[in-house]
Design a binder for this molecule. Structure first.
Ligand code: SF4
Length: 363
């Protein structure tokens, strides 16, 4: 196998590990925003290409320093030697992470079945229905959906959702979120009251929000448990940089950071109230709501949406409060670094998100 590039050290490509990244050449997609089109086209620049032996020699020298190896691309699953390369790297004692676009489920299945990869990151570009023509002409979404299904099954098999950071997975029930809100009140509400000139008032308003949310959820008929609604592919990165607005006011999301099977009502509520959409006008906000294509076979959608709206709106002030706490006190159990936003900006955002939640009446 020929590689088109090597990143010798990385702290971000393999979560929790110091890794290196081996870049495979060639790709079967043509994303308009591709970060490395030359590599994707398989162009072999003699200055950067190297063979497997060079890669293994490098990994041998880095034993004891590197903790994992990322195989990225291009699209690595196009390489027929990929399983053998993964096997060899694992024999050397390195866990292997694969970055893939998900287009080749049979290769992925083999790698997973034979335990040749320890971590799979799949880059889902947009709604599979939008791949044609944005990502690949005449795209057939079936293989991609199969790959997503495989990694989803893997996730359920190997991980308990509640043991993982809440930023990565959603709970499919209201009550863990309510418990979390009450935990936030205890952990950070008292600190706010003691350290901010208007903290006591803000804390009181947060208590009222949680009370309202608790009352609303105790009377709802919505049933959020898995198996009670048709699961769909969800979008969970509503960064405005990933949005393309159509002339008719429709919206398309590209470059999803993560896609998982989930509740479409939770998906929509998450997008609508996400802090990343704070700058969106009321009119655009209304369009996101009205243009969302909800499933026909889901009679509980509206009730669940109302409940998730209430819950996620209430949750955002607490997420900002946690970030504000971390800006003053350092990382907590979830946040690993200090926020990049200043404490002053975070406090202003806290007030805005409280006001936003207080304004909310109906979905
Ligand atoms: S899948 Fe990745 S490497 Fe291939 S074209 Fe898209 S961004 Fe580039």
């Amino acid at each position: 196998m020929i590689f088109g590039g090597l990143q010798k050290n990385s702290l971000i490509d393999y979560p929790g590990k110091i890794s290196c990244v081996l870049f495979a050449t060639g790709c079967n997609f043509s994303c308009p925003y591709c970060h490395n089109p030359q590599l994707a086209r398989g162009c072999r620049d003699d200055a950067t290409v190297f063979d497997e032996k060079t890669a293994y020699d490098f990994l041998e020298r880095r034993k004891g320093f590197l903790e994992g190896v990322v195989i990225s691309g291009g699209e690595p699953t196009l390489q027929k030697d990929l399983p053998a390369v993964c096997e060899k790297i694992k024999e050397m004692g390195y866990p292997v992470k694969l970055d893939t676009n998900g287009s080749r489920p049979q290769v992925l299945k083999r790698l997973l079945d034979d335990a040749l990869v320890d971590y799979v990151a799949m880059d889902i570009k947009t709604d599979p229905a939008n791949y044609n023509p944005l990502i690949q002409k005449d795209f057939n979404p079936s293989p991609l959906l199969e790959s997503i299904q495989q990694t989803h099954a893997l996730r359920q098999e190997r991980h308990s959702e509640s043991a993982l950071p809440d930023a990565w997975f959603h709970w499919f029930d209201f009550f863990p979120y309510l418990a979390e809100l009450n935990d936030f009140l205890v952990q950070y509400g008292g600190w706010l009251a003691a350290h901010d000139p208007e903290g006591a008032d803000l804390q009181e308003r947060l208590v009222c929000l949680v009370d309202r949310c608790t009352r609303a959820l105790s009377t709802t008929t919505a049933d959020p448990r898995r198996g009670r609604f048709p699961l769909r592919l969800c979008r969970v990165d509503p960064n405005l940089a990933n949005a393309i607005w159509g002339r008719d006011g429709s919206i398309r999301w590209v470059d999803w950071e993560y896609g998982g099977w989930g509740d479409p009502a939770l998906d929509l509520a998450d997008m609508r109230w996400h802090i990343a959409l704070e700058g969106v006008s009321e009119a655009q906000h209304a369009r996101i709501r009205s243009k969302y294509v909800r499933p026909d076979d889901d009679p509980g959608f509206e009730q669940r949406l109302a409940a998730w709206d209430r819950l996620l709106l209430t949750r955002w002030p607490f997420l900002i409060l946690r970030a504000l706490w971390s800006a003053h006190n350092g990382p907590d159990r979830v946040r690993l670094t200090r926020p990049e936003v200043s404490p002053t900006a975070l406090r202003a955002r806290l007030v805005r998100t409280i006001e936003r939640a207080e304004r909310f009446r109906v979905s």
